[in-house]
Ligand binder design. Structure first.
Ligand SMILES: [Zn+2]
Length: 424
């Protein structure tokens, strides 16, 4: 190309001027590009990790930031879908302990509306999700905090072999209890055994508020042929997990495992003893014989040969001594009433069950815990021994029970304050 043959239109630069200009332009563009690359690297590498991720533009980054990067992630559309429903997020990524931000807040709103009773006393259910709500081991919903980790005692840990064996039997015998419900890590083998060698299992569920406002012992299947009591206990455990609880709970789903897990289930334990007539209460030796004569020596109500003779009851007495519950709730069926032993004013109703005090029997839990130890005992007699209450009823019972517990513990705290004022 001849020198000067190229002249940019409208400019009077010579050939060498043009080359210098082009070189300078290229150099400055390169500099701009380098700065752009550095700035991009800075912001995407930790300067502000929220910006691209929160908009769902970079699902791969979300996957890398979740606690389990080995899990294959769904495509971007699926990720956004799941973010709108954090329950699905938890379900698809069970190891994720903490979910924050908008997704958590939305799920809390959904959860609260699912469990909050409306003015008619019937719990509202948004769409059809509540029946399928998965039990979420290791995660709970708490107010405005979104999903936060549950205390370690409630976190998922591999159940021991004995707990797994107990769960397998329980799921086979009680339709309403699923393997997921049972294998949560909340249940522990106490090391004690029933007559037939089954483990005495306790679910230790810590309060989600600090400090715990009291200790509550919940017992089901004292009589093995009342499986609706077991289903109700599991439903309440789920409500503890989803709504949180102010109390520390020990839950004994099968006080009488041999009766509950036998085919067919039996009221009495493997020694043929009615556990709710066998606790070592005052005057048991004579009173239990009188009682048994009155009921015509009915085998289903045999109090046993001696007070507290049964291993399940010896363990229960031990458990009450160690856990020191402030309140005991015992689930039975099928009389459809609410019974109560204690000094504090009783709950008037639990769901549709109305207060109807039945009195105490020799060797019964109300006698043993309330009369002898001053621990209030709420005995819930469900309407049907097999069919558990409907979900809305279970939730209403739970709400009524917690209202009473709140009232009871408020009263206990106030009494302590009054006592200390009197002392001063
Ligand atoms: Zn019963």
């Amino acid at each position: 190309m001849a020198n000067g043959s190229f002249k940019p239109q409208g400019h009077a630069f010579g050939g060498s001027d043009t080359r210098v200009l082009i070189a300078g332009w290229i150099a400055s563009m390169a500099l701009v590009a380098m700065v752009a690359v550095l700035v991009t690297a800075y912001f995407s590498g930790g300067g502000d990790s929220r910006s691209p991720v929160a908009d769902g533009q970079a699902p791969s980054t979300v996957a890398e930031q979740s606690s389990d990067s080995s899990q294959p992630r769904p495509d971007a559309g699926m990720t956004r879908q799941e973010t709108a429903d954090s329950e699905t997020v938890v379900k698809s990524s069970p190891d994720t302990r903490i979910e924050t931000g908008a997704a958590g807040d939305k799920s809390v709103a959904a959860s609260e509306s699912a469990s909050a009773p409306d003015e008619s006393g019937v719990a509202r259910k948004p769409e059809d999700t509540s029946g399928k709500t998965p039990f979420m081991p290791g995660v709970k919903l708490a107010g405005a905090q979104g999903l936060v980790p549950m205390p370690s005692a409630f976190a998922r840990s591999a159940p021991s072999e004995s707990v797994a064996g107990w769960c397998k039997e329980l799921v086979a015998h009680v339709d309403a209890v699923s393997t997921d419900d049972c294998m949560t890590g909340a249940f522990k083998d106490t090391g004690h055994r029933s007559v037939d060698g089954r483990p005495m299992i306790v679910g230790d569920i810590p309060a989600t508020s600090r400090p715990a406002q009291g200790r509550v012992l919940l017992i089901s299947a004292t009589h093995g042929d009342e499986p609706s009591s077991i289903a109700t206990a599991f439903s309440w455990i789920k409500l503890m997990a989803s709504n949180g609880t102010n109390y520390e709970w020990n839950v004994v789903p099968t006080l009488n495992p041999d009766g509950a897990l036998h085919s067919p289930a039996t009221r009495v334990n493997a020694n043929g003893v009615d556990l709710n007539r066998n606790l070592p209460t005052t005057g048991w030796a004579k009173e239990s014989r009188d009682y048994w004569r009155r009921v015509g020596f009915e085998k289903r109500r045999f109090p046993g040969e001696s007070a507290g003779s049964e291993p399940e009851n010896r363990w229960l007495a031990d458990e009450i001594g160690k856990f020191k519950p402030n309140v005991i709730i015992s689930l039975h069926a099928p009389y459809g009433v609410l019974d109560y032993d204690g000094e504090f004013p009783p709950p008037q109703k639990l769901g549709r069950l109305n207060l109807h005090r039945l009195g105490v029997y020799p060797g019964s839990l109300g006698n043993f815990a309330s009369h002898m130890r001053g621990i209030p005992v709420i005995t819930v007699e469900l309407n049907d021994a097999n069919e558990p209450p409907a979900e809305a009823e279970v939730q209403q019972m739970w709400a009524d029970l917690n209202n009473w517990l709140d009232r009871y513990f408020r009263n206990v705290r106030q009494a302590k304050v009054n006592t200390s004022n009197d002392a001063g």
